[in-house]
Design a protein around this ligand. Structure first.
Ligand code: 3PG
Ligand code: CO
Length: 555
C-alpha cells in the first residue's frame, strides 16, 4: 500500500541544511540593454554560472514543461511553483478550462447547473481579467462561455471586466474591449441582453492577492455589486480610451468605472437572484473576491449590500478552504507534494517571502493548499509588503528582510529546508521600468549572497533557481528577436513574463563530493527540481516524480 516513507538515498546523507531560493521572474537570455539581469551587478548569480555544467544549468519554465496548453504560453508563478513543489507536471487551469469548453463538459457539471438556476429570472454576471495573457484567464474562453451560457438559457448577461497590461502589452486593453463588444453585439442580435457593466485596472480593482490590500477588492465590489464608481460612461470602449488618456494612466491601474444608461443608472449591479461567475482560472488573485462573494461572516470591508446569488468560480480556488463551493471546472488535483513528503520524513521546513509572493512559496508550492501540513515541522513567515505603491518606486522591496529571516532560520539550526521567494525581478519587471528593474536584480543578488553566506557557515547546501523569466527581457521582440517599435517609433516595453528558461545552481560546503548535474536530462524543467531537492535531503524521490537532475559520481 501507499506509504509516506521515502527510501534512504544510497549515497547522500541526511540532515544537511538546504537553502532553497526561488528568484521570481529571473530567466536566462542573451545579454543586451533590455536584459536587466545582464545590465545589473549580480556577482553571485554570475559566479554560479561559471560552475556550469556540473553545478549550474538551465531548465524549462514555460509551456508544456509546466502544464500549459502550448509552447507559446509563457511561464508564470502559479504553474512554476506548482511544478517546483509537486515534482510532477499537471495539466493546469488554462488547459483544463480549454478541454471542458471544447468537450462541452463544462455545461454538464454541478457548477454550471447551479448558476443556471438563476438564468430564468436573474442576470448572469461574469467577472474577470479581459486578456489573452493566459496567466489568469483567456478572452477566447470568456467568449465561448458567453456563447454557451446564452445557448443554455442566460437571457441577461453583464460582464465586469478588468484590464490587464501586465501579462500582455500595455494598451492592448482597447483591442480586447473591441473584441468583447463584437461578441456581445452578436448576442444582442440573437435577442440576448448582453453588455459590459463595469471595469477597472487589475492592479487597482479586484485582483489583489494574499490579502495585501482589501481596498483593491472593495473598489471592485462597489463597481460590480453596488454599481458605484467615480467614473461613469455609457460605453466601455469610450471608458477605457478616456481613462487611458489621463496622465500616467496604464491598463494595470485604470480606475474603476461603471457603465450607465441614458438616465445615469448603472446597467449591471449584482442583485438578489443573480448568478455570478469569476472567470479567472488562476486562484491567487480571485480568492479575496471569492471570499467577499461567498462568506456570510466577512469583515474585511463594508459590503453595504450582500446579494443572494448563485456564485461559481471558473475553478475552485482553494481546495483546503473549499472556496468557492461551486465551480465550473475541477482544478488540477495536485497531491503528494514534496513538502508533504518531507514533513512525513522528518525534514523541518521554513518558508518565507513578502506578502505579494508569500502564497507562492507556501500555497502554490504545496499544490494550492493553504496552511501547514504539520505545524510542528513547519514555519512560514510572511513579511508585510509595502501597500499602495508600484514597486518601481521601491525596487529593493523586502529582499534584505527576507534574506535576514532566512539567514536567522538557517543559523538557528532548527530547519533542514529554508525556502524563500525573492520577488524583485518579477514585481519590478512587471512595472516595465527598466532602470528600476536593474536595481531590483541587484537587490535580489545581494539577498542571495546573504543566504548562501549563512549556508556556508552551517556547512549546508544551496539550491538557487527561478520560477519563470521576466527581468531578463524587457522589450517586445519581432520574430528575428529585434526590439519591436510601436506606431510612434518607440520600443514596446514588455511588462509580462517570457518564454525563457531559468537557471538552477547547486553548491555549498554540505554538497557531497561527486554531486553534479546529469547530462542526460537535457529537457529538464521546473518539475525536476523536487526530486533533486529530495535527494539532497538524503532520500530517494517518489517513483512517479519527474526525474532528478543530479547524479553522484565516484570521487
Ligand atoms: C501577476 O499576477 O502579478 C501576473 O499576472 C503574473 O505574475 P506571477 O505569475 O509572477 O505572480
Ligand atoms: Co510575475
Amino acid at each position: 500500500g501507499f506509504s509516506w516513507k521515502l527510501d534512504d538515498h544510497p549515497k547522500l546523507p541526511k540532515g544537511k541544511t538546504i537553502g532553497l531560493i526561488v528568484l521570481d521572474g529571473w530567466g536566462e537570455a542573451d545579454p543586451d540593454q533590455y536584459n536587466c539581469i545582464h545590465v545589473a551587478e549580480t556577482p553571485i548569480m554570475d559566479s554560479f554560472k561559471k560552475t556550469a555544467p556540473e553545478k549550474w544549468r538551465l531548465i524549462r519554465a514555460h509551456g508544456k514543461a509546466v502544464g500549459l496548453p502550448t509552447e507559446d504560453d509563457m511561464g508564470n508563478s502559479e504553474v512554476g511553483h506548482n511544478a517546483l513543489g509537486a515534482g510532477r507536471i499537471y495539466a493546469q487551469g488554462a488547459k483544463l478550462v480549454d478541454l471542458a469548453l471544447a468537450s462541452g463538459k463544462i455545461y454538464d457539471g454541478e457548477g454550471f447547473k447551479y448558476i443556471q438556476q438563476s438564468f430564468d429570472k436573474g442576470t448572469l454576471h461574469l467577472i474577470g481579467l479581459l486578456s489573452d495573457g493566459g496567466v489568469h484567464s483567456r478572452l477566447d474562453q470568456l467568449q465561448l462561455l458567453l456563447k454557451g451560457a446564452s445557448e443554455r438559457g442566460a437571457k441577461r448577461i453583464r460582464v465586469h471586466m478588468l484590464t490587464d497590461g501586465r501579462d500582455v502589452l500595455d494598451g492592448s486593453s482597447v483591442g480586447f474591449v473591441e473584441t468583447l463588444e463584437n461578441g456581445l453585439a452578436k448576442l444582442r442580435e440573437k435577442g440576448i441582453d448582453a453588455q459590459i457593466a463595469s471595469g477597472g485596472g487589475r492592479m487597482y480593482v479586484t485582483m489583489d492577492r494574499y490579502e495585501n490590500d482589501w481596498e483593491v477588492v472593495k473598489r471592485g465590489w462597489d463597481a460590480q455589486v453596488l454599481g458605484e464608481a467615480p467614473h461613469k460612461f455609457q460605453n466601455a470602449l469610450e471608458a477605457v480610451k478616456k481613462l487611458r488618456a489621463e496622465p500616467k494612466a496604464n491598463d494595470q491601474y485604470l480606475p474603476p468605472f461603471v457603465i450607465v444608461d441614458g438616465s445615469g443608472k448603472s446597467v449591471g449591479p449584482i442583485v438578489d437572484g443573480d448568478a455570478v461567475v469569476t472567470i479567472n482560472f488562476r486562484a491567487d488573485r480571485m480568492v479575496m473576491l471569492a471570499k467577499a462573494l461567498e462568506y456570510q461572516d466577512f469583515d474585511k470591508f463594508d459590503r453595504v449590500r450582500v446579494p443572494k446569488i448563485h456564485y461559481a468560480g471558473m475553478l475552485q480556488y482553494d481546495g483546503e478552504l473549499k472556496l468557492p463551493s461551486h465551480y465550473l471546472v475541477s482544478p488540477p488535483e495536485i497531491e503528494r507534494t514534496s513538502g508533504e513528503y518531507l514533513v512525513h520524513n522528518g525534514v523541518r521546513t521554513f518558508a518565507c517571502s513578502e506578502t505579494v509572493k508569500f502564497g507562492h512559496v507556501t500555497f502554490f508550492w504545496n499544490g494550492n493548499r493553504s496552511g501547514y501540513f504539520n505545524s510542528e515541522m513547519e514555519e512560514y513567515v510572511e513579511i508585510p509588503s509595502d501597500v499602495g505603491i508600484t514597486f518601481n518606486v521601491q525596487p529593493k522591496m523586502k529582499a534584505i528582510e527576507i534574506a535576514e529571516k532566512a539567514r536567522d532560520a538557517i543559523l538557528s539550526g532548527k530547519f533542514h529546508q529554508v525556502r524563500v521567494n525573492l520577488p524583485n525581478g518579477d514585481m519590478v519587471g512587471h512595472t516595465g521600468d527598466i532602470e528600476a528593474t536593474i536595481v531590483a536584480c541587484k537587490a535580489a543578488d545581494q539577498a542571495v549572497k546573504m543566504i548562501i553566506d549563512a549556508i556556508e557557515q552551517v556547512g549546508g547546501i544551496f539550491v538557487v533557481t527561478a520560477d519563470h523569466g521576466n527581468a531578463e527581457d524587457m522589450v517586445k521582440r519581432d520574430k528575428k528577436g529585434q526590439p519591436q517599435l510601436d506606431k510612434t517609433g518607440n520600443i514596446q516595453i514588455l511588462t509580462s513574463h517570457t518564454l525563457q528558461p531559468v537557471p538552477i545552481a547547486i553548491g555549498g560546503p554540505g554538497l557531497a563530493p561527486g554531486v553534479r548535474f546529469r547530462n542526460d536530462v537535457p529537457t529538464g524543467g521546473l518539475a525536476n527540481v523536487a526530486a533533486t531537492v529530495i535527494n539532497l535531503h538524503g532520500f530517494v524521490a517518489p517513483s512517479d516524480y519527474e526525474t532528478t537532475l543530479i547524479e553522484v559520481v565516484d570521487h
